[in-house]
Design a protein around this ligand. Structure first.
Ligand code: SAM
Length: 237
């Protein structure tokens, strides 16, 4: 696999600044160093991380205009994907990251410090609990998540964070049709409406991807999200 992040983004019309290139390099070095003692990622080679973590994280911005988005919440961000690459590329974003694993939040705290980022809030907690907190409920322009749960579960974790008129972006692999069908009732119940499906392939045989754009049409009923674990145990129909 031959993949160069700077070149691939230049082909999309994005010129990374020298400072942004250096930030992605530092992020990579920190990720692999921490990965020796905290399980953060199975992908550790530089080109793999550049393609399957950094570039992949940026793909939503190929399909929707991030310059018009002020606040973004990344649910189940793990080692920072997709939130941190989006923040590096779009520094104006007020980024909030929610993850239930303390060690991953500890990694992100160091990454944010090392990369000198401002406007990033890191929350250790379950999305089901944080999404009920008035400080976070229906406060964000966009909620985004990659590789966290099936769509009928993910909707309950993410849609409560989105303001009416905002957007929930689910980042998925190529095989989504059953998942989308099974989640239709859940999305409607939670106040969402599936507006757009974008299918594409990552460069350098990086695999098929699908982005689901779900508009928040009406407030999420107070009953949701249910208590931690329930969305997964009894997914909405
Ligand atoms: C497979 S990892 C994916 C991480 C990252 N989004 C990525 O694509 O590389 C899933 C992450 O979601 C977090 N997670 C799972 N369920 C969660 C929940 N209910 N609330 C908050 N975080 C959750 C886990 O701790 C884990 O870090």
């Amino acid at each position: 696999m031959a993949f160069d992040l700077t070149q691939a983004l230049a082909e999309r019309g994005w010129a990374l600044t020298a400072a942004q290139r250096e930030a992605f390099d530092r992020y990579y070095r920190l990720l692999v160093a921490w990965n020796e003692r905290v399980n953060l990622t199975a992908i550790t080679d530089p080109e793999g991380v550049a393609l399957k973590h950094f570039y992949d994280s940026l793909t939503p911005a190929f399909y929707t205009d991030f310059s018009g988005i002020s606040s973004l919440v990344d649910i189940g961000s793990g080692a920072g994907f997709p939130g941190l690459p989006l923040k590096l590329r779009f520094p104006h974003l007020a980024l909030t990251i929610v993850d239930s694993l303390k060690k991953r939040i500890a990694f992100l705290e160091e990454a944010v410090r090392e990369l000198g980022l401002s406007g990033v809030t890191l929350i250790h907690g379950r999305a089901e609990a944080v999404g009920r907190d008035p400080a976070h409920r229906e406060r964000y322009d966009v909620a985004i998540a990659r590789a966290v749960a099936r769509l009928n579960v993910l909707g309950e974790l993410c849609l409560p964070f989105v303001r009416v008129g905002g957007l929930f972006i689910a980042m998925k692999g190529s095989d989504v049709d059953d998942e989308v069908r099974e989640a239709q009732g859940a999305i409607a119940t939670l106040g969402g409406s599936l507006e757009r499906i974008e299918r594409f392939a990552l460069p350098a045989n990086g695999g098929g991807r699908t982005l689901l754009f779900i508009a928040k049409r009406s407030p999420t009923p107070a009953a949701y999200p249910r208590k931690p674990g329930m969305p997964e145990k009894k997914p909405l129909r």
